[in-house]
Design a protein around this ligand. Structure first.
Ligand code: HEC
Length: 205
């Protein structure tokens, strides 16, 4: 047997030995690194990267940037500095998005993805045993109810369409409620307002 074939046989024996099915607590030896090890940040993790002072690996879009195809229509956002308000500075009383079966269905879809976890599918909010949202039940403060209840403070139920829009559009959110300015498009925010109004109408019957 030539030296080369002896060497090949020894290598084969070694390779087979490595596949014997036993478990090991030591990490495998990576001869070919591929891209298994690379400097990268994983989603939802912390970072000590100097430029990012908030210590989060996930970044928000740079202020003022707009994703392709997402340029807000001026009728839906008449004053970009004051979302929910008209150019006259007053809250928009009427939702500027035309109500269609599609827009309402879209609003329902977005509401159930983004809002229902805290405010509940029905929009009845609350926390603890009285809470309607999966996360809302665990919230330290009561999540507002979108429905008017006799004898209760119904400020939230009575907000104008513009005010509902503004709560989602505020870059800092509202107290313990996070901001949805970067997460939900302008059109979708108005569609959610349409759906909240539909919930209120049905809920009060
Ligand atoms: C993580 C939980 C959470 C989610 C998700 C959430 N909210 Fe809220 N929301 C709250 C809490 C808590 C408050 C009460 C904030 C406070 O203390 O004033 C609130 C308040 C509000 C208010 C009342 C603001 C006011 O003027 O008092 C509106 C309107 C509202 N949310 C709409 C929404 C909509 C629409 C969505 C989905 C896009 C949403 N929320 C998603 C927790 C949440």
């Amino acid at each position: 047997m030539s030296t080369i074939s002896k060497f090949a046989l020894a290598l084969l024996a070694l390779a087979l030995g490595a596949c014997r099915g036993g478990t090991s607590t030591s990490p495998p030896i990576h001869i070919i690194q591929d891209m298994d090890f690379q400097p990268k940040l994983k989603t939802q993790s912390a970072t000590t990267f100097e430029g990012w002072k908030d210590g989060r690996s996930m970044r928000l879009p740079v202020a003022g940037t707009v994703a392709r195809g997402s340029l807000p229509n001026a009728t839906l956002l008449p004053d970009p500095k004051n979302p929910g308000k008209g150019v006259d500075g007053a809250w928009l009383a009427k939702n500027p998005l035309a109500l269609t079966a599609e827009s309402l269905a879209r609003g329902k879809d977005r509401f159930e993805i983004n809002c229902a976890i805290c405010h509940g599918q029905s929009g009845r909010g609350g926390n603890g045993d009285q809470g309607h949202g999966l996360v809302g039940r665990r919230w330290p403060v009561a999540v507002p109810n979108f429905h008017a209840v006799q004898g209760k403070d119904n400020r939230v139920a009575n907000l104008t369409d513009g005010e509902y829009f503004e709560v989602m559009s505020s870059p800092v959110g509202r107290n313990t409620m996070p901001s949805y300015a970067a997460r939900i498009t302008v059109e979708d925010r108005w569609a959610i307002v349409q759906y909240i109004r539909a919930l209120q109408t049905l809920g009060n019957q």
